[in-house]
Design a protein around this ligand. Sequence first.
Ligand code: GLN
Length: 567
Amino acid sequence: MTKYIFVTGGVVSSLGKGLAASSIGCLLETRGLKVQMMKLDPYINVDPGTMSPFQHGEVFVTDDGAETDLDLGHYERFTNAKLTKANNWTSGRIYLSVIEKERRGDYLGKTIQVIPHITDEIKMAVRVVAEKEQPNVLIVEIGGTVGDIESLPFMEAIRQIGNEEGRGNAIYVHVTLVPYIAAAGELKTKPTQHSVKELREIGIAPDILLCRSDRPLSLDLRRKIALFCNVQENAVISALDVKTIYEVPLAFHEQELDELIVESLNLKEEFPHADLKNWRELVATIKEPSTGEVKIAIVGKYVELEDSYKSLREALTHAGVANNLKVNVNWIESESLIDDENYQTRLQDYDAILVPGGFGKRGISGMIRAIKYARKSGTPYFGICLGMQTACVEFARNLCGLRDADSTEFNAETPFPIIFKLRDLVGVDELGGTMRLGAWQCELKEGSLVRDIYKNSPEISERHRHRYEFNPEFRQVLEKEGLVFSGVSPDGKFVEIIELPRDAHPFFVGCQFHPEYKSKPLNAHPLFVSFVKAAWENRVNSENLKDDVTSDKQIEMPERAAVAGEE
Ligand code: GLN
């Protein structure tokens, strides 16, 4: 039988509810429970697929091709839960489903109302996950903040589920803020009191409060919160800011949060102990890696908002752990490289360069400059999705003599459409859910760098999210100049990975898929692990070259000689 933990948020947004929910999931798994996670988002968009990264942050993609909230990325990184489109619902998708049923006549002429029709639809979405996956615990996070008009149907639905399940089978965790007011020199509990009051007005009495604050809560303060908010004293948990997000489960465990949860859900007898050994080692390595550090430039378009590349940032951290390295990331707005005469000097500072996924024309020439620099200087390069497409364009322009080669996404009139719209999407103008999405197989070429990286697997599966693809008409021309097509879909239709031969460049790889979605802290993605390793080797080599002042082979390392026939 599945038990439920509902996670809500109060006072302000961005309190890290998703991380709190994920950390609870992680802790319960260390006790041996089977955990499932889901997110209910109150906004009206059917999914975040069409939203700007500036508005919404990253769109996380699941194996089954759902475009979901970035919190699902945290869920997959912190737990072993396999997520699908069933694990993320928005108000828009709930309403769409109800309206479709109404149009079909499924409601037999009844008046369709928020209660019970919308709330029933929400409850069904939650119960479907519980029934299908049969976890010991299903953690359900409600997006937004208590008091928002749009979240009311979700609140009502989770109130009803709690009531139906009965005591000991469902609990409510409320994440709130205890701000420090400098003028008073005090942490203030009033916003938390108000937020809990608001929850109770809609019939939900929280069992546990996770109080975000920038300094520890004193015992007195915890007592006060417990008294005014009607929870047990040990259920007032202090959620302090921590150095790395992976420390959150440890901080909760120290305050015996997992103990409290299994007790409240009558699961303690079955799952008495937590084993956090691996997790502790992970956090220790992130905080103090023993080998050293590398500096990586991410040249992209939405770099002002780090949330747009959440999984990417985490994948690099995981790869750092695997190499015992700290990965310092600098985000470079690609547009800023366009008119900068000193762009090469700027890029010289980095041990490796990465161009991530993205959409639209802005900043493309900056990315192409960075790629050309990486290719010619032997700086490790990793291109993801758009970063693979732009690498192909750069190669075509500068090594194959195809001067105005481009992607039709940026120049519909190009004489050399190296990248063009997915053949399956020609004539499809709708934007929502019309990309090549989710997990697809890819065959790896024998003897290639990536085949080695994936431990000689002949076939892999990775997640996609793109509307454009490599145009196979140009494959031969690029191959002739030395580009290796090392990953192709089993039907031969899609180019999935390109690379430069190992004797021409130490690490130059572009992939059409997004490997970052599948990287985990304790199981870093092999492509990222190899990329970070190459960055470290580049750093060590450059330092050796700097030290070796007597050497005259300073600038042109053998592998730096670019492929012949360059512009
Ligand atoms: N804009 C490109 C496409 O749609 C790349 C997408 C991406 O980087 N996710 O194919």
